[in-house]
Design a protein around this ligand. Structure first.
Ligand SMILES: Nc1ncnc2c1ncn2[C@@H]1O[C@H](COP(=O)(O)OP(=O)(O)OP(=O)(O)O)[C@@H](O)[C@H]1O
Ligand SMILES: [Mg+2]
Length: 347
């Protein structure tokens, strides 16, 4: 740094303040200068190294040649696959630069767009998933309508009897998918707004058990609920909390054999309240637990679909839990059962 002139020194200080990585190459494509961010990202020993040893990307190397030969700025996207996925936009500006005492140098500005890229990827995966989830029931409705339409002239009542219930069931499936999607998008928008109304958790849990009594009876499940006597006041959104407990009771019923027990409890835990719902059902294999709250993720898609599931329940629960500044934990033993706990901060 001692050989830098005053202006070069100022330039370097300015570059060091940048979040973007800046690397300056000499005419042999070796690093002659880099800013702090580049050293942090690519290592403190990059000075003097050839760029091909730092960023092995054919497009980048080609663009550096082009920038130097044509004396024109080049812009190129760089994808690094290993060890972790990274995505950069590189601006390659041909020299000379005061920071590199050579006529032919080239400055590379790297903008890290990994997070934006990943978000975009998630969005397009989501659209693809939604389209797929809607197309399946839609195809079966279309098939039913075509068959009934063909038999219409001959009064084919058999086809009508066979296909109408299927079409109704598939329409209901699409309806619940659309309503879950709406719910998810609403809660995502409001996640940062913490509810401010005092709510009694015990009262809500009792209410949810009551409104789900038909489902519980149908599945012949036994529910045992125990709660500490004191008031269980939290800051909450009543309808959203109902959504959480309904989803969790629904899962406990759906993924358990008939005639089994579901234990629900609400206890004080230092300054918080700990809600727990424990079933003795099929459980979740350990390897799937980290993905269980992802949208559309199901351990057994066939079983979930048969039970009318859209795979959005736990994703919705997770966002509502976040909105309440609560934390959720899921532990499960395959073949033995699952316990979901949520710790709510006291009002
Ligand atoms: N209590 C549980 N026991 C075993 N597996 C569970 C349990 N809860 C959830 N799962 C697994 O996690 C997956 C995702 O659950 P989630 O509630 O998000 O979706 P779903 O139940 O399939 O559909 P939806 O809730 O939208 O009706 C389920 O498909 C199931 O494989
Ligand atoms: Mg569910």
């Amino acid at each position: 740094m001692s050989s830098l002139s005053k202006t070069s020194f100022q330039e370097m200080t300015f570059l060091d303040e940048m979040i973007d990585q800046v690397i300056i190459l000499d005419k042999s494509r070796n690093v002659c200068c880099a800013n702090k961010s580049a050293f942090t990202r690519f290592g403190n020993d990059i000075n003097g190294k050839n760029i091909s040893l730092i960023l092995r990307d054919a497009k980048l190397l080609e663009s550096i040649d082009l920038a130097i030969n044509n004396k024109k700025t080049q812009i190129v996207d760089i994808e690094i696959k290993l060890p972790n996925f990274e995505f950069y936009k590189a601006n390659i500006i041909p020299g000379p630069s005061k920071l590199c005492n050579q006529d032919q140098s080239v400055m590379i500005f790297l903008k890290d767009l990994t997070e934006i890229y990943k978000t975009q990827q998630l969005k397009s995966d989501f659209v693809a998933n939604v389209s797929h989830e809607l197309r399946t029931p839609l195809q079966s409705i279309k098939l039913g309508l075509e068959t009934i339409n063909e038999g219409h002239a001959t009064n084919d009542f058999e086809s009508q009897k066979k296909f109408l219930p299927i079409m109704l069931q598939q329409t209901e499936r699409m309806e619940s998918l659309v309503s879950d999607l709406l719910s998810l998008s609403k809660i995502e928008l409001q996640e940062h707004i913490r509810p401010s109304i005092e709510i009694d958790l015990d009262e809500i849990i009792n209410h949810v058990i009551k409104i789900n009594s038909d489902l519980i009876k149908k599945r012949k499940m036994k529910i045992e609920y125990s709660a500490d006597k004191d008031a269980h006041k939290i800051l909450g959104d009543r309808n959203r909390l109902i959504e959480i407990f309904t989803n969790l009771i629904d899962n406990a019923c759906k993924y358990s054999e008939e005639n089994t027990l579901i234990n629900i409890s609400l206890h004080k835990k230092s300054d918080n309240f700990l809600f727990s719902i424990k079933d003795h059902g099929v459980g979740i294999p350990k390897k799937f637990l980290p993905r269980i709250t992802e949208r559309f993720f199901r351990v057994d898609p066939a079983r979930s679909k048969e039970a009318g599931g859209t795979g959005l329940g736990l994703a919705i629960v997770k966002h509502i839990v976040n909105q309440h500044r609560a934390s959720m934990d899921i532990i499960s033993d395959e073949g033995k059962g699952t316990e979901v706990t949520i710790e709510f901060p006291k009002a």
